[in-house]
Ligand binder design. Structure first.
Ligand SMILES: Nc1ncnc2c1ncn2[C@@H]1O[C@H](COP(=O)(O)OP(=O)(O)OP(=O)(O)O)[C@@H](O)[C@H]1O
Length: 262
């Protein structure tokens, strides 16, 4: 499915925190959304997922405005993994993932063996099957994050939106998660802080700065030392690997001497 934003604007605190952004994630594309803290990524994602109503512009899913779609209908097509999502304390890990099936259930489609299979596969996919009967409050931050992702997978969305999904995860699970969402197909839009992860997994990268979209394109075209310097205020060297993808090496910032250096 195609997820498109046209001229999206969101205002808060007397200013546009997302300012006239037009962006399209094409069917089957993995798009990374990068930008410094406060550049508007989470606000843009909330509008794309239908959680925040834009002050200007429209969001469409295969050309249908999401504002006209019933929440349940939207949830059958689009899943969101939020940055700071919480879930009720008394749930088990499996029950937290079962919530992903909610939009697909109804009087004519009660819970069945197929749903059990989907939930089991989602738990397996994020390496959480052995934790299925553990209570939510007994799990670590990274384990909870993996369950949020399993819940979104159980939703079987055609469009998956992830807000900093690798937060809390160890490096094995960071890479495993990004490889998993890439391999499962469907349209993916993921806000990522690690530019090397974006370089490694994304088909295209969209760059936000001060509420505006300042670049969109394939990793090697976008992640240049010039753009990284201008947007992220850091010095970086970029090498292009044999797969055509950039690898970024950051230089430590110059810290003024205190006079006590050795
Ligand atoms: N209700 C609000 N009132 C005033 N300012 C707000 C409000 N909501 C968000 N902002 C500001 O809008 C800007 C964009 O926030 P947003 O969370 O979208 O950024 P972000 O790119 O996701 O940041 P991060 O990388 O830190 O998660 C921030 O400066 C934030 O403080």
């Amino acid at each position: 499915m195609r997820l498109a934003a046209e001229n999206l604007t969101f205002r808060a605190g007397g200013r546009a925190i997302v300012d006239d952004v037009s962006l399209e994630a094409r069917p089957g594309e993995f798009m990374a959304l990068v930008g410094p803290n406060g550049s508007g990524k989470t606000t843009l994602i909330a509008m794309l997922a239908g959680l925040k109503r834009p002050h200007g512009g429209t969001v469409t899913l295969d050309r249908q405005p999401v504002a006209t779609m019933a929440r349940r209908d939207l949830a059958r097509h689009l899943a969101l993994v939020e940055q700071q999502a919480e879930t009720g304390e008394r749930l088990s890990a499996r029950q937290a993932v079962e919530l992903g099936r909610t939009p697909h259930l109804g009087a004519m489609s009660p819970w069945g063996a197929r749903d059990d299979g989907i939930v089991a596969r989602a738990l397996e996919a994020v390496d959480m099957a052995p934790f299925a009967d553990r209570l939510w409050h007994s799990l670590s931050g990274g384990e909870r994050q993996r369950l949020h992702i399993a819940r979104a997978l159980a939703q079987e969305p055609k469009v998956l939106i992830l807000d900093e999904p690798t937060n809390h995860l160890d490096v094995e699970h960071q890479l495993g998660l990004l490889a998993l969402v890439r391999r499962r197909g469907g349209t993916v839009l993921a806000a990522l802080h690690d530019l090397n992860h974006a370089a490694l997994f994304a088909d295209r990268i969209a760059v936000m700065q001060g509420g505006r979209l300042v670049a969109v394109g394939p990793p090697a075209a976008v992640l240049t030392p010039e753009l990284i310097g201008a947007v992220f205020k850091v010095t970086a060297a970029v090498e292009i690997g044999p797969d055509g993808r950039p690898f970024i090496r950051f230089a430590p910032p110059a810290i003024p001497s205190t006079g006590r250096d050795p």
